[in-house]
Design a binder for this molecule. Structure first.
Ligand code: BEZ
Length: 211
């Protein structure tokens, strides 16, 4: 059955450009982004992996580990890494799983046969330190992802986990947040020392709590 939000992210051991990865051990007590790309030595994928390498300090700052995947063999990943550095001006600085036997792709349902029966689509999974799946997005092969959006979602997820706030439409770092509906006013009065505006009983707006 397909993975859903709140499920435990399937554990696995697989080869990578940084040696064998035991997934849950590798995540440790951090957050993780697992993302697949269709194929090595393809143009859109090359730009994506260069961009994720450039954004690595942003993921580190948020306590997030990043790992890529395709069904290509390790030797191809290693050869392609040179092209990524040469063309994107960024050295590959996170592991790429070599999932030639499709072990991980099948576990995470990353091959969508009606799109392509052999290659992975552009899947993204955000996984929390509790190893639960927090976000799933799927893009087609022809559309490069917006990894700034992935960082934005991580910020939102971490605010919810740490401060019990949700984020409204088009929220960006620094914008006001929304107190989760499950929190009674009496608790919110104590939890948000900067105060909050009660627009409706279910719509309570407060400044971003970690600023
Ligand atoms: C690409 O990365 O450019 C790509 C890969 C598979 C299909 C289409 C584009």
């Amino acid at each position: 059955m397909a993975l859903r939000l709140g499920d435990t992210a399937p554990d696995f051991t697989q080869e990578s450009t940084e040696g064998p990865i035991h997934f849950h051990d590798w995540i440790g007590n951090k957050w993780a982004v697992l993302f697949s790309h269709p194929k090595d030595f393809t143009p859109v994928c090359t730009t994506e992996l260069g961009e994720v390498s450039k954004l690595k300090p942003q993921f580190d700052k948020r306590n997030v580990k990043v790992i890529g995947l395709s069904v290509d063999p390790l030797a191809d990943h290693k050869k392609w890494a040179g092209d990524i550095e040469e063309t994107q001006g960024a050295k590959l600085n996170f592991p790429l799983l070599a999932d030639a036997d499709r072990k991980v792709s099948d576990l995470y349902d990353m091959i969508h046969p009606n799109a392509n029966d052999t290659l992975t689509v552009r899947s993204v999974f955000i996984i929390g330190p509790d190893k639960k799946v927090k976000l799933i997005i799927t893009y087609p092969a022809s559309t490069g992802r917006n990894f700034d959006e992935i960082l934005r979602v991580i910020d939102s997820l971490q605010l919810t986990a740490n401060y019990k706030v949700a984020t409204p439409v088009n929220w960006q770092h620094g914008d006001d947040c929304i107190i989760v509906p499950s929190m009674p006013d009496a608790e919110a009065d104590k939890a948000f020392p900067k105060g909050y505006k009660k627009v409706k009983p279910y719509l309570r707006i407060t400044p971003q709590p970690n600023l």
